[in-house]
Design a protein around this ligand. Structure first.
Ligand code: GDP
Ligand code: MG
Length: 218
């Protein structure tokens, strides 16, 4: 996709600050240092727009970037500096949970994992959490330039199996150094947004699993 405009909009500390123009939102999650800011900069063709390697764990805000007056990338605080239950339920707080569960504009999550390593417990918990809520995930294996091309398949297989990738979820290999995966990721984003536009209202989708599971345990 040709990015003609991209801008930082707000570091939101809560729902009152989320944009109200109804554009699609794509959340980016992953542990600190996985390459989230670098990927955002690469996707938006803007070297310093998303800050690279600001102090990990410092910001507990949702950072909104608008692209082409069409969508928002929502940069989540990095996880992985606390035990998963704590990082997700406490440090991240209700804001993150509330966003994932209730944000109508959220279309899917891009979850970043380092291609060199098997996903951590936090990565697995994050992925499972999105599946429980009913949010699709595009997994991006970052820092592809750090291992030989011939080993990519082997490494993505480990990631796929550790996360137990489900449904329509997919893995894309990315490098913010070489630009590997950039066009593929944009293609995937546009494909998913288009598919979403063609579906009837899916607002109740997120409530369905909870209702069903409540019923069956009665
Ligand atoms: N070789 C290589 N280094 C990367 C890549 N992406 C990020 N990095 C480096 O990894 C470090 C953390 O990147 P950053 O984007 O700040 O990660 P964040 O904490 O997830 O936002 C920085 O030193 C980046 O230069 C990549 O694709 N290839
Ligand atoms: Mg960052």
């Amino acid at each position: 996709m040709k990015v003609t405009s991209s801008e930082f909009v707000i570091s939101a500390v809560g729902p009152k600050q989320y944009p109200e123009d109804g554009l699609h939102e794509i959340a980016l999650v992953g542990r600190s240092n996985v390459g989230k800011s670098s990927l955002l900069n690469k996707m938006m063709n803007r070297k310093g727009l998303a800050r690279i390697s600001s102090r990990p764990g410092k910001t507990q805000t949702l950072n909104y970037f608008r692209v082409n007056q069409m969508l928002y990338f929502v940069d989540f605080p990095g996880y992985g500096y606390a035990k998963v239950a704590k990082s997700i339920k406490e440090t991240w707080g209700k804001m993150i949970e509330g966003y994932l569960k209730n944000r109508q504009e959220l279309r899917f999550v891009i979850q970043l994992v380092d291609i060199r390593h098997a996903p951590s417990k936090d990565d697995i918990a994050m992925y499972d959490w999105c599946k429980q809520i009913g949010i699709p995930t595009v997994v991006v294996a970052t820092k592809g330039d750090k291992i030989a091309r011939g080993r990519w398949l082997q490494h993505t297989k480990v990631i796929r199996q550790s996360l137990r990738l489900r449904g329509d979820d997919t893995i894309i290999i990315f490098s913010s150094e070489t630009g590997q995966g950039k066009d593929e990721l944009w293609g995937e984003i546009l494909r998913r947004l288009r598919a979403n536009d063609q579906e009837p209202e899916m607002d109740s989708q997120q409530e369905i699993p909870a209702t069903v599971s409540n019923k069956t345990t009665e």
